[in-house]
Design a protein around this ligand. Structure first.
Ligand SMILES: [Cu+2]
Length: 149
């Protein structure tokens, strides 16, 4: 029996690339420009399943989650820069700027809508997550996306 379990675990490990998927959920609990979390954590070498639950009710409260590699830029500066690029990208591109450092993003979630995306975790380190809906959601809707070894 032990050998059997051992073999099963080896097969599981090989077929899944080592680790089980990392599921993270982030919620906008109301009509404020606010996420329920300012930090998301996953392990390296995982497939990430990220769910965004938008519980806002106002039509102007669409939200998304964009994950961005700071590439050494100070956080506050990157937030403003990417936020402004998102504004320029405009509604037609769902406020997603095509910038180097963009790791993943959800589509815009309408009020009451839940959206889900999957992507592979970037290398260990600290990244930025933010809502890029306009005007200026990023100023209060942002946090750290941390990939642990
Ligand atoms: Cu938002």
């Amino acid at each position: 029996m032990r050998l059997f379990l051992f073999l099963i675990s080896i097969i599981f490990a090989v077929s899944c690339g080592g680790r089980a998927p990392a599921e993270v959920t982030i919620t906008v609990p109301g009509d404020e420009m606010k996420f329920d979390k300012d930090e998301l954590r996953v392990k390296a070498d995982t497939h990430v399943i990220l769910t965004l639950i938008n519980q806002s009710t106002l039509p102007t409260m669409k939200h998304n989650v964009l994950i961005y590699d700071l590439q050494g830029e100070p956080r506050a500066k990157a937030l403003d820069r990417v936020g402004e690029l998102a504004f320029k990208a405009g509604e037609a591109s769902q406020y997603i700027p095509q910038v180097p450092g963009l790791i993943a993003h959800t589509p815009l979630a309408d009020p009451g809508q839940t959206v889900k995306i999957e992507f592979d975790a970037p290398p260990p380190g600290e990244y930025l997550f933010m809502c890029t809906f306009q005007p200026a959601h990023y100023k209060t809707m942002n946090g750290r996306f941390i990939v642990e070894k």
